[in-house]
Design a protein around this ligand. Sequence first.
Ligand SMILES: *Cc1c(COP(=O)(O)O)cnc(C)c1O
Length: 381
Amino acid sequence: MSNPIAFLDLPRQQKRLQGTIQRRIDTVLQHCRFVMGPEVEELEQRLAAFGGAKYAIGVSSGTDALLMVLMAEQVGPGDAVFLPAFTYTATAEVVLLLGATPVFVDVDPNTFQISLSSLAQRVEDVKKADELDPRIIIGVDLFGQPAPWNELKSFAQKEGLILIADCAQSFGASYQGRRLGHEARATTLSFFPSKPLGGYGDGGAILTDDEDLAAQYRSLRTHGEGKTRYEVEKIGINGRLDTLQAAVLLAKLDAFEGELERREQIATMYDAGMPAGIVAPARVPNSKSAWAIYTVLLPNEEKRNDLQSFLKEKGIPTAIYYPKPLHYQPAYQEHHDGASLPVSEGLGAKVLALPIHPELTDDEVERIIKALNEWSKDNLS
Ligand SMILES: *Cc1c(COP(=O)(O)O)cnc(C)c1O
């Protein structure tokens, strides 16, 4: 077996960016303002500019970002929050933490993004049952490609629903010629190390164009603080971004554009080398992905598992995002109304994510493509 390939290569990334990261960290070690130091505000300004939003608020994680956005809308018991069934648990757990009800929506079988027709159906379901108040839609840019934001915006407007963007996987992607960051009332980001803009620990941010909301998020991340330090205006959380994380992210942001280009190059190489029978991810029209994840589709679970073992033997790691839709997970089953969401229910058996990160060399990508072709010759004809 040749050298194993990494699914996420933080050591190589370290080596490439070590100088600037170290300098940024050293500055923090000198001023010692570990909570809300100057790097946090500097990062906020850079994030807002990058995402094309007026305000950015650095927070403790992508999950806490979603939580605070929903807290600001006073989401609670009796509220319905619509979100895709095929996403990471964080999108839905914050809804239940606030006592509201997640209403799961199916996804498009080709792009894996939220399905507009299913969304319309699910809103009708909730209205008909007449038990919950339809309030919020959380759009998720799954795997780094944009959700259908224009359609979501018109639908939300027509129905009087608030639209929130979970951009945890997609910061850096663009939609109809502009960077994601202001398609919704609030956009949440995650800097978990494996996300396209990853820190060296947990971190996140909220982007918004609304000055009043920005002030509310700032208050919520510091225990609901009012105008002065020990005035408690409302119930908040400890949801701040650490200064050290902001320092690392500032160094990473300098290299981010180049990394996004490299991810795009790798996706293009995969697309071109994909054997017949393994389906490359469908591109969302008129957009550019941040390629957090590159997911291919196999005809069925047996083939998918077989390919995964074959690649593993060759030192090529893969991952399955996500094995089950959320409404099949034990924690969510009892909160689901029983609607069937056939696409989300079928995808878990067929998806396989290939390595895609800026440290992959052309040789490694070619090795992966060669392995895919070798396997498909014997298994897919
Ligand atoms: C990673 C992720 C989150 C949560 O972000 P954390 O920073 O890990 O809390 C939320 N939504 C989606 C779609 C994610 O992939």
